[in-house]
Design a binder for this molecule. Structure first.
Ligand code: PLP
Length: 394
């Protein structure tokens, strides 16, 4: 006997991965330059130079044990100190290194936090559209993922839909801003209203409702927009962060969990986070990268490059007649399918060698996601194909 649930996760790969694999095959057939692959959120803007220089300097100056040995399970102390120093400087907070647990990226942060928090039959709320792995991570802890639709015009939280979805079983709510796949950033008003509602529900039900903020895109915002730092608005906030996008290091697997000292049962939760990391077999996050983060936390890849790509694509697609959500952050463009079935639209787009992800698995049918973290040259070359695709619907 094997684990059927795991077999299913392994066999039914994500739509995004499938499209990516299709792209590889197509590139081999007709040449890489003729396939416009917008499937994966793999950042193409370079890491800040200091990151690579730091890696080289570390390799040239430090011994192997320091570079490649195990660190403490919760992360190297200097790395954790550097992370809180940066947070405290930027957000005027007073976190301690004891509030940080270093992880292998946001996916690990989320899985560990959900494992630490959830008892079977608990409910965790996510707003559609959401990162599809939330469902996998929640359900494999025995919790139920409750989907709450966002406001379909602004893609902010629809409070009329959220309120009745919060029940005595609600253990946590996940927010992701800037959002994958809509690119929307929650306003301060949204965060304030959310905090007020959750505080009232905590009172009503007599137990904590944790707000898990999934923030791999925190620094990737345009036009001076500010991302509210959620711990300042709602006490029971747990932050899941990743350097995958801000430092363009997704393959290096580095992120952290912040468990503020003020949250309900903080020390028990931190202990459960350590326990979950242990039970899930993480051991510790990559050592070399922890030493890099100690020296580079707070740096960000060139956001202007992403903004140029966003403007290029948003302006062109809007001109061709597509309805696009204006992204204030992250590097995704969320586009309304011109026919009701976004899967059919995505298949049609393939005829023009455009790889667009149907958003059904994000919980929002009728849309596709375009990951514009690709070369500007490819975006420019893809525009005639988008134009033809738009014309095919006229
Ligand atoms: N959360 C969101 C919203 C994401 O978009 C991603 C990756 O694309 C992740 C989590 C996982 O990120 P990581 O590579 O840090 O595990």
């Amino acid at each position: 006997m094997i684990n059927e649930t795991m077999k299913n996760y392994g066999q039914n790969r994500s739509v995004i991965r499938d499209l990516f694999e299709f792209g590889l095959q197509k590139k081999a057939e007709i040449g890489e330059e003729n396939v416009y692959d917008f499937s994966l959120g793999n950042p193409n803007v370079a890491s800040p130079r200091a990151v690579n220089e730091t890696i080289i300097e570390l390799l040239n100056t430090r011994d192997d044990m320091y570079l490649h040995g195990y660190t403490s399970a919760q992360g190297d102390a200097k790395c954790r100190q550097a992370i809180v120093d940066d947070l405290n400087k930027r957000f005027d907070t007073s976190f301690k290194k004891e509030n940080i647990y270093v992880t292998c990226g946001a996916a690990a942060s989320l899985k560990i936090v959900l494992t630490a928090l959830h008892a079977p039959c608990d409910e965790v709320i996510a707003f559609t559209p959401y990162f599809p792995e939330y469902k996998v991570f929640a359900e494999t802890t025995g919790a139920r993922l409750v989907e709450v639709p966002s406001d379909m015009d602004s893609f902010q939280i629809d409070f009329a839909k959220l309120e009745p979805a919060i029940t005595p079983r609600t253990k946590a709510v996940i927010v992701n801003s800037p959002n994958n796949p809509s690119g929307v950033v929650y306003t301060e008003e949204t965060i304030q209203r959310l905090a007020t509602l959750l505080s009232a529900k905590e009172q009503e039900f007599g137990h904590a409702i944790y707000l898990i903020t999934d923030e791999p895109y925190r620094e990737l915002v345009y036009d001076g927009i500010k991302v509210p730092f959620v711990t300042k608005y709602y006490r029971d906030t747990i932050v899941c962060y990743s350097y995958s996008k801000s430092l363009a290091l997704p393959g290096e697997r580095l992120g952290y969990i912040l468990v503020p000292g003020e949250i309900t049962d903080s020390s028990d939760i931190y202990a459960a986070v350590c326990g979950a990391g242990r039970a899930l077999g993480y051991v510790c996050a990559p050592s070399l990268m922890q030493h890099v983060i100690e020296r580079c936390t707070g740096m960000v890849s060139d956001i202007e490059e992403y903004r140029e790509k966003r403007d290029l694509l948003f302006n062109a697609l809007t001109e061709y007649g597509f309805t696009c959500i204006h992204p204030d952050g992250a590097f995704y463009l969320f586009v309304k399918s011109p026919e009701p079935d976004a899967n059919a639209f995505s298949l049609k787009a393939r005829e023009y060698n455009l790889l667009l992800v149907p958003a059904d698995s994000f919980g929002t049918p009728g849309f596709v996601r375009i990951a514009y973290c690709v070369s500007t040259d490819m975006i420019k070359r893809s525009l005639p194909a988008f134009k033809k695709l738009a014309e095919s619907y006229k």
